[in-house]
Design a protein around this ligand. Structure first.
Ligand code: PMP
Length: 359
């Protein structure tokens, strides 16, 4: 009889065997600035209300498959143009997967820019979709001529653009993104995971472009633990995509708790405003360190470059601060690190630990 591992190697698809799992390090005991989470919890009174709701929730029952009440609240805070709908995902990761499954006709291509969010490539790989990327320029701007040429040449069925981009933090010029949407014959998904920290959004432009969807997540706004993302766009697209959504992909508790939090949306937006102010302070502090090159950001994190990034990353860890080491990932991110904006106290500890780790 063969061992489980030889059997697995024989039966599994080659692409799966070759994949590296998305690595999430153990963060217990660290100042956690690695995953773009909101560092603030909700005010005690609201927490009390949530506790009561959770205690009374019918967790013995399946959730509302349409999540009608939650969707209504999302529509309420979004300001969706007329005729536009939302489709909910168990995090936006799930929606990337759903889109790839839906558009993966034989030979279809998923196009991204790089460096960007790694799940676009990963999901293309495990759904068996052809993946193609266009490099950003050296300062992480869009290379518009190269991107437009790739679109004309390859006719991708699906394009993802993170707006702002992760892990670089910059917001591509809206005009460039519009040119991409106009040039594309395929579907363009503008991934606004970091919308709460950015100055622009494509939601108001949805009605103008039949090949545009906007994807968002509530993960960065204070609900990472709930796993909730959504696609916004025309009913014509979303009715079709809805067929691929697993019936109960958003559980009873996420529906309830996210719904309650959205009734207090202003609390979360105030936290985002605080994070934006602290991002400006942190940006200034990092730019004052001679050995650091920090990049502009419209997200809740900053990308920066140092000599010997892995040593600096380890030095920070030894001092109790966990950030994201991007060195050894994409070649354009050589010696790059990414820090999530935390509370002012966490940021101060990070800056002090960084200075010690560099010297
Ligand atoms: N898109 C981008 C650009 C991201 O950075 C992330 C999270 N790192 C996601 C999507 C996925 O977010 P979630 O699955 O938590 O909704």
């Amino acid at each position: 009889m063969s061992s489980a591992s030889s059997l697995a190697s024989k039966l599994l698809r080659r692409e799966i065997l070759d994949l590296h799992a998305y690595h999430v390090p153990d963060s217990a005991g660290y100042i956690k600035l690695d995953a773009m989470e909101n560092p603030y919890s909700v005010p005690p009174a609201l927490r009390g209300e949530i506790a009561h709701m959770v205690a009374a929730a019918a967790i013995n029952r399946y959730p509302d498959p349409a999540a009608a009440s939650l969707k209504e609240k999302i529509r309420g805070v979004l300001g969706l143009p007329d005729g536009m709908e939302v489709l909910l995902g168990n995090g936006s990761d799930e929606l990337i997967q759903l889109l790839a499954m839906a558009l993966n006709k034989p030979g279809a291509t998923l196009l991204g820019v790089e460096p960007s969010f790694v799940m676009y490539r990963m999901i293309a790989t495990f759904t068996g979709m052809r993946y193609l990327s266009v490099p950003l320029t050296e300062d992480f701007s869009l290379d518009l001529p190269a991107t437009l040429a790739a679109i004309r040449r390859e006719q991708p069925a699906l394009i993802f653009l993170a707006y702002p981009n992760n892990p670089t933090g910059n917001l591509f010029p809206a005009d460039d993104v519009l040119q991409i949407i106009e040039a594309a014959q395929g579907l363009v998904v503008v991934d606004e995971a970091y919308y709460a920290f950015a100055a622009d959004s494509f939601i108001p432009r949805l009605a103008r472009y039949p090949n545009l969807l906007v994807m968002r997540t509530f993960s960065k706004l204070g609900m990472a633990g709930l796993r909730l993302g959504f696609l916004a766009g025309s009913a014509a697209w979303l009715e079709q995509l809805e067929k691929l959504r697993l019936p109960y992909n958003v559980g009873v508790l996420p529906q309830l708790v996210a719904g309650k939090l959205l009734e207090h949306h202003e609390v979360l937006l105030r936290q985002a405003e605080q994070i934006k102010r602290d991002r400006a302070t942190l940006y200034r502090q990092l730019s004052e360190i001679a050995a650091v090159r920090v990049y502009p950001s419209e997200a809740n994190f900053l990308l920066f470059r140092v000599a010997n990034a892995t040593e600096v990353f380890d030095g920070l860890k030894q001092r109790g601060v966990l950030i994201k080491n991007l060195n050894n990932g994409h070649p354009m991110l050589h010696d790059c690190l990414r820090v999530t904006v935390g509370t002012p106290e966490e940021n101060a500890k990070f800056v002090a630990a960084l200075k010690e780790s560099i010297s």
